[in-house]
Design a protein around this ligand. Sequence first.
Ligand code: DQA
Length: 141
Amino acid sequence: MKKILILNGPNLNMLGLRPKEHYGTLSLQQINHLIQEENDSFFDIEFYQSNSEGDLISKIQSCLSFDAILINPAAYTHTSVGIRDALEMFPGVKIEVHLSDVDQRDDFRKINYIRDVCDICFSGKKEESYLEAIRYLKNIN
Ligand code: DQA
């Protein structure tokens, strides 16, 4: 069975308390549950969330043999050369995911260090962005 890492960055552990117009009402645990339902045992999924840049980088480094990474780097999308460089090394499929439409918000969110090292981006549809990413991966596998 193919292995996928689902990686979530800072403050995504607080979903449910964050602005609902951008991020919806669900907790990360509820979103992960929906992802498992959509997955329906197709992939072996590992979930990981951290508020720390170094932990996210170490996680990517330890999963280089996985088939795909689905990553919402959250605020690090707009700041982290380190996460970008780690993703660049990953040989499998890389999918950028966002709950909100980062390209249509504040100017500082238009700065994106990871877009061009990822294969595709799903954003702006709240939890549905993650589910679209899972469907995309199922279709290409
Ligand atoms: C986010 C968008 C980022 O700009 C923000 O810092 C987040 C979440 C999203 O999923 O829409 O924390 O990645």
